[in-house]
Design a binder for this molecule. Sequence first.
Ligand code: PMP
Length: 356
Amino acid sequence: ENIKKHNFGAGPCILPQSVLEEAASAVVNWNNIDLSILEVSHRSPEFESVISRTGLLVRELLKVPEDYTVLFMQGGASTQFSMIPQSFLKTKGLYLDTGYFAQKAIKEALFFGDTEIIASSADKNYNYIPDIQSHHTNADYLHITSNNTIEGTEIFNWPDMGVPLICDMSSDIFSREIRIRDFDLIYAGAQKNMGPAGMTMVIVKNKLLDSIDKPLPSMSDYRVYRDNQSLYNTPPVFSIYVSMLNLLWLKNNGGVSGIEKQNIKKAKLLYAEIDRNTLFRGNAAIAHRSRMNVTFQAVEPTHEQEFLDFAAKRGMIGIKGYRTVGGFRASLYNALSLQSVQALVKTMQEFEILRQ
Ligand code: PMP
């Protein structure tokens, strides 16, 4: 396989080489129509077939039930942080505080009404997923973050508070099987397992959409996106196109259940080395370790920069931890091969021998 760099970046991140090559050729001459994908109208039949096919692939890969709508929007997951409370917060929004992005979601909700943090792992630098006591309060929704990209924790048991469940799945959507029915709204920026930055996907239960009972500015109104098949204004054409190619790649590579097995294998391999190697230790509580973003530290702080340099010489990039966490973060998104994880493990072993 043609490996340019072992790209462990957290997002935008690695995409399959075959997808990049097909996208590159479409930029020059798309499907031999003597036009670039970048210069085709979003109202053309060609692009309309791309956006509808992308929606169908999402539905097929995630087994989206009929009474849910798939939307393609812009503004990143960060725009959803405010659109959600603007649309659905009437009395109170419940939030699970599991890290940096959960905090950002809470910050935006405060513009629109009352919020309650039902549990937080801030006491331990967000290295675990807090237990949720299911008490049923009068609230409009519970917001959770399925995978905490910066801290390296992931939720494996969905809470049920008896209110609509809204989930930020930006960094683990399409990486593992989920049951859409467990959620009322899921959102994700494209730039991890879906495609290039620029598009945000929302999967929403129609019943939740129908609960919106006020007029909203068009670009902040989910109903406008639904009623116009995500073509109310110019959508992020290229991001949607490459997402379609990437979802086709996923479909041809075992689908979500197939990639989940691969992802488990990759994560196990790396965590096993972190636990074995005397120079490193993992950040996250073992039961809550993320399969997508593996965070760890050097036991000896002076080793941190040394290891980054050592790994860089071996073609590894993107393993520096986020500034608030420090240490290392290796992101193992769908397109990252097992060989890249093996190469990182070997690098850690060689570093250990060198430092002993
Ligand atoms: N939520 C999570 C879990 C993320 O990982 C990110 C981005 N890395 C965001 C939200 C913010 O997404 P965006 O930059 O698309 O607004």
